[in-house]
Design a protein around this ligand. Sequence first.
Ligand SMILES: Cc1cc2nc3c(=O)[nH]c(=O)nc-3n(C[C@H](O)[C@H](O)[C@H](O)COP(=O)(O)OP(=O)(O)OC[C@H]3O[C@@H](n4cnc5c(N)ncnc54)[C@H](O)[C@@H]3O)c2cc1C
Length: 295
Amino acid sequence: MAVLDVIQTPGFQQRFFFLAKRFIAGETVAQAMDAVAALNAQGMTATLDFLGEDVVAKPEAERTRDAYFELLAAIRARNLDTNVSVKLTAMGLLIDEEYAFANLCAVVDAASHNRDPFVRIDMEGSSVTDATLRVFERAYAETKHVGPVLQAYLKRTPADVERMIGLHARVRLCKGAYNEPPEIAYKDMPSIRTHYLRSAEALLERGNYPGIATHDERIVAAVETFVRERGIARDAFEFQMLYGVRPELQRRLVSDGYRVRVYVPYGTHWAGYFYRRITERKENLVFAVSSLIRR
Ligand SMILES: Cc1cc2nc3c(=O)[nH]c(=O)nc-3n(C[C@H](O)[C@H](O)[C@H](O)COP(=O)(O)OP(=O)(O)OC[C@H]3O[C@@H](n4cnc5c(N)ncnc54)[C@H](O)[C@@H]3O)c2cc1C
């Protein structure tokens, strides 16, 4: 049995949520709201993600869509400074593109009543990159309160960056978290970093309020130098980081006058997300195993 299969069993999830707690705000909307309130109090904004992906049945996709309705209403009720991030496969992209588009539009419509009406469309594996960008562009033709994510490890990304700059779309740039083949993706960290910085510079100079999503201190330092040298205002972009990752760096950036948005995942379907976090860093796997031993 593969590690992901083990993590996905209900027994594992019930007994081992304490392991995922570092990266996940909680399993309920109320816990997610408390996590965002704490971030807001530290001068940070957030983007909330209701965990789930790769849905293959309509009732499940509709449960995800409805969970976003509930989430958006809760954000409104507490007047929190946060928007939401969605995964199109959780909205039914693997069932039917038209259907996922309709679910996305319903969420975008519900978000339009909020203090921050923006809806970010997370980027998933390369099998859905084209479909995700197609759905984004259709939604964007109707409202500007929606934006895509581009992954610096993909060789296609410089062209996508230029297209998004042309559309004046708000892009989140990340390295990319999926295991992609070398034909389409850079695999070594120096190349990924170089391509990340090239795309970041294009977005910072010519894009619309980009989200620089990374915890990589070298990239953060290079971006700080770049914006200083080019005279780009600190409120013309934002750094974005994951909940529970490098909180001291998040606080340092806020105290230096940068905007910081924290990606806050919550919900019971945390296996896929947790798996990506523990497998992308050796120290996270060590942390998970040592937490088990300490119990
Ligand atoms: C806000 C946000 C949104 C994202 N959205 C997407 C998306 O839509 N699609 C997608 O494919 N990917 C997404 N990602 C994930 C991203 O692609 C990377 O997998 C992830 O950010 C790790 O890369 P890094 O740039 O932080 O650099 P790394 O080189 O991986 O990390 C730099 C340093 O940060 C620390 N660090 C990084 N990650 C962790 C961690 N998990 N736990 C503990 N320490 C860590 C370590 O000290 C590490 O040395 C997102 C990331 C962020 C921050």
